[in-house]
Design a protein around this ligand. Structure first.
Ligand SMILES: *Cc1c(COP(=O)(O)O)cnc(C)c1O
Length: 493
């Protein structure tokens, strides 16, 4: 199978696409075709473990990889030393037709682990397959979850270095501690003065710095990225939608062929796009419900066909969705238009004016499958409270956005198809907002807040977060964004 740039000017194998990340024309490498699974496949997969399901789904996209190889990757990525449940991505029943897909049982307690535990295996195998001998240097700018997820995924992986830059004033105390205590010989972590935009702009400057590329080449390194533009990050995410449907079949919540809806809290559009691809492979998903916070650029797009990033930016209590440019939307545009030139046109408009409008035809197609909604911080907190009170189920702010938007969608449309709401982080990663939502005013300082949330709710603290207490920070450096180049070279010494 080949991969085509969404803008039409590059065609690569899987190994090449995963190594390269972004296409040379600025587009995103995307499978040319989506092979439909046989009608009996879901029934067959029902009795498989999560790693086996992962191999079954991923192998259709990775001809150059053997089943033995993929088995090995899946066992390592989703094994008991990484995930705190053998189900890996368990589905929790909330009520008769609402199910919650929990994607935070991995080493960093957020859904990024689902892909970032697999990506390093795919990437290092891809390097071998294309005969690349240089080491890869992964640069990440993070607003919190991606950085830690990538550090855990790439820690001590041969032929790789990983350097993470986070905004000094833009991550939670737990998130910062998670990163600066990171173990591993090939990792580096550095704070950048300013907010997430400063860190991201700084990293983008590094990627376009030709002098840096030369310096790195001399040291036998090349640059790559671990964010969700890489096909190697989207692919492992398709697996959990297939897996969730299998689990519902297995638990007899649905019968073979029954439709389900999915409701996904999304920012960069990567997670919900993976659900769309799962449908292309044969999972009977009826509606994709796109849930946003106050940064509601996707809601507006799905409701009107206009994507406009010229709008205020809000810092919310669901920070991993505080995004104005959803890069993976470009892949959906290709699927809806089947026309790379049209996609390239929209992207050129976006670059020139910060805005584009899709054709009537594309909008119709979009709205036949997608619904969208958003909520603000107060509504998010109210939802955390409500879900806890009514169901005794504790959710984090990102997940709460999905629950809120799902409720609203049902009230508005009357569509009561069984729905899978996607849960993207452990509530313990966002203790302060969750305690606020539960009406607790006096919050304990530092890591004691973990115990406090546990005492109030009776829910256990996930081991990776409880384990932060004994750890000493390894990384204490911070730089101005202009000085990041020197920092990269220093960390590679
Ligand atoms: C990254 C992240 C999201 C958004 O994921 P997308 O890939 O942008 O759809 C949502 N919730 C959490 C907790 C995240 O870490």
């Amino acid at each position: 199978m080949y991969y085509l740039s969404t803008r039409g000017n590059q065609r690569l194998t899987a190994a090449e696409a995963i190594t390269q990340g972004l296409a040379r024309d600025g587009g995103l490498m995307t499978p040319e075709v989506f092979m439909k699974m046989s009608p009996s496949a879901l029934d067959t997969m029902k009795d498989m473990s999560y790693p086996q399901r992962a191999v079954y789904v991923m192998s259709t996209f990775l001809d150059e990889f053997s089943t033995a190889e993929l088995n090995d990757f899946a066992k390592k990525a989703y094994g008991p030393d990484k995930f705190d449940t053998p189900l890996v991505a368990p589905v929790c029943r909330v009520d008769d037709n609402t199910y919650c897909l929990e994607l935070w049982h991995g080493p960093t307690c957020a859904f990024k682990d689902m892909a970032l535990q697999m990506l390093p295996h795919l990437l290092t195998a891809s390097l071998k397959k294309i005969g690349e001998r240089k080491k890869v240097c992964i640069l990440v700018a993070t607003s919190g979850d991606t950085g830690k997820g990538a550090l855990e995924g790439f820690k001590d992986v041969p032929q790789t270095k990983i350097l993470v830059f986070y905004p000094k004033d833009g991550v939670s105390a737990v998130q910062e501690l998670q990163m600066v205590t990171q173990e591993g010989e090939n990792v580096g972590v550095c704070a950048v003065k300013g907010n997430f935009d400063d860190a991201q702009t700084g990293v983008k400057m590094l990627f376009s710095d030709e002098a840096l590329r030369e310096q790195l080449a001399k040291r036998r390194y090349f640059l790559s990225s671990a964010n969700s533009i890489n096909w190697g990050r989207v692919l492992p995410q398709i697996v959990y939608y297939v897996s969730a449907y299998c689990d519902l079949l297995k638990g007899e919540a649905i019968r073979p062929g029954d439709p389900v809806n999915v409701c996904v809290p999304t920012g960069n559009f990567g997670n919900i796009l993976a659900a769309y691809y799962a449908k292309a492979m044969g999972v009977p998903i009826h509606k994709f419900i796109c849930a946003s916070n106050a940064n509601n650029v996707l809601t507006e797009f799905i409701q009107t066909g206009v994507y406009d990033k010229n709008r205020p930016f809000y810092n919310t209590i669901s920070p991993s969705m505080d995004i104005l440019v959803s890069s993976n939307l470009e892949r959906l545009l290709l699927a809806l238009t089947m026309n790379p030139a049209e996609v390239a046109g929209y992207m050129a408009d976006l670059a020139a004016t910060g805005r584009y409008q899709v054709s009537e035809k594309v909008l119709k197609k979009l709205q036949s499958q997608f619904a969208a909604g958003f909520c603000d911080d107060e509504q998010t907190k109210a939802q955390i409270f409500k879900t806890w009170k009514e169901h005794g189920y504790l959710i984090d702010p990102h997940t709460a956005v999905a629950f809120h938007v799902l409720d609203e969608y049902r009230a508005k449309t009357g569509d009561m198809t069984p729905a899978i709401a996607v849960s993207t982080a452990s509530p313990f990663k966002f203790c302060s907002a969750v305690l606020d939502a539960l009406g607790i005013r006096d919050k304990k300082p530092g890591l004691d807040i973990l115990d406090q949330l546990s005492e109030v709710t009776g829910c256990p603290i996930p081991a990776p977060l409880a384990g932060l207490r004994g750890k000493t920070p390894r990384f204490k450096t911070w730089v101005e964004k202009e000085d990041m180049v020197e920092q990269v070279l220093e960390m590679l010494n």
